[in-house]
Design a protein around this ligand. Sequence first.
Ligand SMILES: Cc1cc2nc3c(=O)[nH]c(=O)nc-3n(C[C@H](O)[C@H](O)[C@H](O)COP(=O)(O)OP(=O)(O)OC[C@H]3O[C@@H](n4cnc5c(N)ncnc54)[C@H](O)[C@@H]3O)c2cc1C
Length: 383
Amino acid sequence: MPNASNVNYDFLFAGAGCAGLSLLYQMIGAGLLEGKRVLLVDADAKEANDRTWCFWEKERGPFEAIVHHRWQELHFFSPGFGRSLSIAPYFYKLIRGADFYRHCKAAAAPFPNIEFRQARVDEVFYDARGTGVRIGSERISADIVFSSLYDKPAPAPGVHWLLQHFKGRLIETPEPRFEPARATLMDFRIGQEEGTSFVYVLPFSEREALVEYTLFTGKLLEPAAYDRQLDSYISGTLGITDYTIRDDEFGVIPMTNHRFPQRHNRVVYLGTAGGRTKGSSGYTFRNVQRHSAAIVESLQRHGHPFNVAAPSPRFHFYDSVLLEILQKRSLEGADIFTDLFRKNDPRTVLRFLDNDTSLMEDVGIISSLPTLPFARAAVRQLF
Ligand SMILES: Cc1cc2nc3c(=O)[nH]c(=O)nc-3n(C[C@H](O)[C@H](O)[C@H](O)COP(=O)(O)OP(=O)(O)OC[C@H]3O[C@@H](n4cnc5c(N)ncnc54)[C@H](O)[C@@H]3O)c2cc1C
């Protein structure tokens, strides 16, 4: 029989990564945690720089103080096409994971009522005996659980499941080789044999840049394949042969139209587990901040975190259509993104990718893409 902890927490966070810590940070900022018993449980110490987040926004965001670099000039390349994208008033911003974890924990440090525990959660429960988590044989109860733990759902008809996987290298050159004011958002001038594949280049100074090889495909590559592509891009396309690798990162993000549950009883799902990862692009960071702000508003207005809109059905439908096309390869991802950036104002494209455009703007964007394959995929998604 599991032991029941005799403490009942007001808020328990199962998972203290991007979504858990973002919500904690915004709840602290809104004064919602004073006098509350709060526990965050994560299997990891959350100290390593295990990922970097990029996103775009016009305004100062909640994590402006730790933005590592920002760009307003971006490049887009595909075979036979190149365009410089001026995105002002938007900034493309980058936050390092390690800075983010440190910053959020520092905000919580003055509060003795906020506890962190490093442990693996074996179960998030919501049953007749209450709501909480089980760690081994210990049951910990809470009034509200915010869970960012997820398992891959079982396959279902009409549900697409691609992976966005990438390997990045932070490289340093002895001579100035980069323009720190210009980043490459997408460069499709690489082999597309595996599926939609591109490289992005984020320069932090004239001698330092993060170069990341990214794929949207059904399965991972063998590890050496990522390195071969990076070697070839850095020496061939960038023309850089003399460099030192300062760091590297590898990541996998699900790209799916699966409808993640928003809550079960008093368990609220956050981040990827709450469907806040955009199905067709993997972008999550901005959605997580919006979701956190909506939960804070619900707590302030209603005294509970449940009055929050689910992800937009309209954009979920667009994501489903694009995922079907990418999965079946009825059009090449490189061609779709080339049309998007060739025929539209880049700021409108960014807003479209951020689920922020009006229906009229969507019609303009969608009509800039090959009509027939999109119409066929749309009909299949509808029926
Ligand atoms: C390498 C990488 C780079 C990315 N770059 C971008 C980007 O540039 N822009 C963007 O918008 N999105 C990006 N994403 C996607 C997304 O923003 C991140 O995956 C983000 O971290 C998702 O937030 P989350 O809180 O849902 O998950 P996580 O941040 O992964 O947090 C979940 C937490 O749960 C913990 N956990 C898991 N299982 C258990 C368990 N059983 N018990 C206890 N703890 C557990 C994990 O240790 C983790 O800390 C990236 C993802 C990766 C992997």
